[in-house]
Design a binder for this molecule. Structure first.
Ligand code: NAD
Length: 457
């Protein structure tokens, strides 16, 4: 389909400039309708996700539709309050005054989404953008084309195109969109494309949120409860067939507990997916041939101590554990983004530090330990987007925690109130009273210096 992108943007600009999105009641009405349409079309969404990469319905409901419905419910509950000017304590220097923060929408937003949680990662930022009063053009991923189609239908049913419009296509469409002047760009995807987005935003100084990836370490301390750690890691690593930006990328385990940990991981893989995960209806597939090939290449020269089997026709890669890859091996170069789990043992905390510091700041970091002093030390030592202690991935489930990266894993954080805030410019207003005008600040300054110094000290 051919899109006249400048024309679509012009109509969104005019819609925004006419103030249609400023009416909070209308925003609420639209978000309520969005919730209803998602509820009504939940089966269609899950079917599309299944067609795209055999995502199990349970995982689709847990991580895509229900996740979004909860987000909508909580935002709808609070939106009226958030949109009101927020009163803050006034400064005595401005006495008498009353001071406020006004949340104003940026305007026309571009949202570019990836394929791995194709529904959640497209709709979640849209909710924030609409709640804050913006218009949106969404470019979902071309790789999850079935979900992108459903997204397009749902958004068409809820919003007029001047408010929200979906533009389907791949890199060339994305490039055309990025060539326009936006008031805000929200991008979720790879680090490499994140840099392209940042470059495109720079000439217009367009504010951007970049939700990127990284190599997420999962540290298993000698004090960890091994069985529980293995159960939780297997769930978080192999959900979505490992194609999760906050999945543990590799394990760093205290050498003294490596063998029992590996045994426990193997046991949990079988408990979750049976002895032949290919026949399990609870295990997803790799999104496309290119990613399948990339992942297959990563295991070629490695020691697979669980899994390691693949089927190109089905784009199936078994839940795999890789024993002690070298630091130079390909699998330890970049984010894996698939169901391959390297296990590396450490004998000192210095080794942990050397390995983690050899990568850019990750999106997530996980620690399994019963020793608070150890977890606190790790939390303070390393910079990363967010994480969990004695679990993986679950930090994303708490709406009160901001979700985002740092450094190479991204900038800006969202979800719930953070989504509203990230799509709002915070306008600071000092409302001065006129019944009194303290003359101290005005020239001539003669003899006023000692008093101002005293007041400011
Ligand atoms: P990607 O960067 O290849 O693509 C993301 C989007 O950008 C797609 O819509 C795509 O069409 C577009 N795109 C691709 N190449 C482009 C180019 N050259 N110019 C302009 N646009 C382009 O990412 P992906 O493969 O869809 O997703 C996987 C990556 O996303 C992983 O690195 C993962 O860690 C990251 N991710 C991050 C988060 C997060 O919340 N931080 C969530 C999910 C995925």
């Amino acid at each position: 389909m051919e899109y006249d992108i400048p024309e679509i943007l012009r109509s969104q600009k005019s819609f925004f400039n006419q103030g249609h999105t400023l009416d909070v009641g209308k925003r609420i009405e639209k978000l309520k309708l969005l919730k209803q349409v998602i509820e009504k079309r939940e089966t269609a969404i899950c079917d599309a996700l299944y067609k795209d990469f055999k995502k199990p319905t349970f995982e689709s409901v847990l991580t895509e539709t229900s996740f979004i419905l909860l987000e909508l419910k909580s935002i709808l509950k609070s939106l009226k309050t958030w949109t009101k000017p927020q009163k803050v304590t006034s400064s005595f220097l401005n006495f008498p005054s009353s001071d406020y923060i006004y949340s104003e929408p940026y305007g026309n937003c571009l949202i570019i989404a990836p394929w791995n949680y194709p529904f959640q990662l497209a709709i979640s930022p849209i909710i924030g953008a609409i709640a804050a009063g913006n218009t949106v053009i969404l470019k979902p991923s071309e790789l999850s084309s079935n979900t992108s189609q459903v997204l397009s239908e749902i958004l068409k049913e809820v919003f007029e195109p001047a408010w929200v419009q979906v533009i389907l296509g791949g890199v060339s469409i994305s490039e055309k969109l990025l060539a326009q002047k936006w008031d805000y760009i929200f991008f979720t995807g790879s680090v490499g494309v994140g840099k392209i987005v940042a470059k495109a935003a720079a000439p217009h100084l367009t504010p951007t949120t970049l939700e990127l990836g990284g190599k997420n370490p999962c540290i298993i301390h000698s004090s960890a409860k091994i069985g529980l750690a293995a159960k939780r890691i297997v769930w978080g690593k192999y959900i979505n067939a490992g194609q999760t930006c906050i999945a543990p990328d590799y394990i760093l385990v205290d050498a003294s507990i490596k063998t029992p940990l590996i045994e426990a991981l193997k046991k949990e893989i079988t408990a979750a997916y049976g002895t032949d995960p290919r026949s399990s209806s609870d295990y997803a597939r790799i999104i496309n041939d290119k990613n399948f090939q990339r992942l297959e290449d990563l295991i070629k020269n490695e020691t697979c101590i669980a899994g390691g089997t693949t089927d190109v026709l089905d784009r199936y890669i078994a839940p795999t554990i890789i024993d002690e890859p070298t630091r130079e091996s390909k699998i330890m170069e970049d984010e894996i983004f698939g169901p391959l789990l390297p296990v590396i043992s450490y004998t000192s905390e210095t080794e942990i530090e050397t390995i983690i510091n050899s990568y850019e700041k990750p999106l997530a970091l996980y620690i399994f330990s019963e020793k608070k002093a150890f977890t606190e030390k790790i939390l303070k030592k390393f910079s990363f987007g967010g994480g969990a202690i004695n679990d993986v991935v679950v930090q994303v489930a708490n709406k009160n925690l901001p979700f985002g990266g740092v450094g190479n894993s991204g900038m800006g954080a969202y979800h719930h109130k953070y989504s509203f805030d990230i799509f709002s410019h915070k306008k600071s207003i000092c409302r001065r009273a006129t019944w009194l005008d303290v003359p101290l600040r005005y020239a001539p300054y003669k003899n006023k210096l000692p008093l101002i110094k005293k007041l400011l000290s």
